[in-house]
Design a protein around this ligand. Structure first.
Ligand code: HEC
Ligand code: HEC
Length: 219
């Protein structure tokens, strides 16, 4: 009986203790999440000049929207740019700025703050600008769905990003880079490297337009 009461009391105590800790953690979590967003917003001010104030992209400077990217992908891309695995190291800062940008922000905390802030911005529906034959693109897309998913929703386990909802002109630009070897050929780029052999199904510009026209139907 006594043993039972003691055990009830001690379990009650531990429940209260955990409840208290829970409140303390929730409190700390809120404060730091808020601070993280504020820091991220401040850092994003620099990115906004090219990616736009709401991160919906600015086509005139070839800078795609960022809010429809998965947070884990955004983070990985900043690492890739910083290591010059991606972003055309053969070009200067004006032609291809991201390597220089990512190096200036090469700090895990800054990247986490930026990603948290960009993630908190509302998504958007980019204009459809690419003309192509979507039914031909659908055939071609059978080479892609094993990694990017049938609805181009992406697969975090394979580190294959969602493609549906990205700017179509940006998809064209990236696919061109994979087919020419300007992206996905760096030794350390283990994810981009997977794109090079599959991009061979895109034998000409028309095939790129067709597959992107099909991806445009998947949002
Ligand atoms: C001077 C212009 C400029 C600035 C400033 C800039 N970017 Fe970019 N960004 C670009 C361009 C152009 C591209 C597309 C070229 C490419 O993919 O190499 C790009 C591509 C990206 C991509 C890849 C998107 C994808 O779908 O693959 C990410 C992520 C990114 N930028 C994040 C950022 C962040 C975060 C900042 C601020 C720290 C930033 N950029 C600042 C011009 C800029
Ligand atoms: C074997 C798995 C795999 C297959 C198949 C595959 N991809 Fe990918 N794809 C990836 C991975 C992984 C990445 C991320 C690369 C990185 O992190 O740099 C990627 C990146 C991309 C990107 C860059 C997106 C951006 O904004 O940076 C595009 C576009 C793309 N894939 C389109 C396609 C298309 C179209 C096909 C079919 C022709 C295809 N992929 C087939 C794994 C795959």
């Amino acid at each position: 009986m006594l043993a039972k009461q003691n055990s009830i009391r001690s379990s009650l105590r531990s429940t209260l203790l955990f409840a208290g800790l829970g409140i303390a953690f929730v409190g700390a979590g809120c404060a730091s999440a808020q601070q993280q967003l504020e820091r991220g917003e401040e850092l994003y001010g620099f990115c906004a000049q090219c990616h736009g104030p709401e991160a919906h992209g600015i086509r005139d400077v070839d800078a795609p929207g960022l809010t429809n990217l998965d947070g884990w992908y955004l983070e990985r891309q900043l690492e890739e740019f910083s290591a010059a695995m991606r972003g055309r190291p053969d070009r200067d800062v004006h032609e291809s700025p991201m390597i220089f940008v990512a190096r200036a922000y090469d700090d895990p905390e800054a990247v986490a703050d930026l990603v948290a802030f960009i993630d908190s911005l509302p998504g958007y529906s980019p204009a459809r600008t690419v003309m192509g034959n979507a039914s031909a693109g659908r055939q071609l897309y059978s080479a892609c769905d094993s990694c990017h998913g049938a609805s181009a929703e992406g697969d975090v386990r394979l580190r294959a990003p969602a493609l549906a909802g990205l700017d179509d002109w940006h998809l064209v630009a990236e696919l061109r880079e994979f087919t020419t070897g300007d992206r996905g050929t760096h030794q350390g780029d283990m994810y981009g490297q997977q794109m090079v052999p599959v991009s061979r199904v895109l034998t000409d510009e028309q095939a790129i337009f067709d597959i992107v026209a099909y991806i445009n139907t998947l949002r």
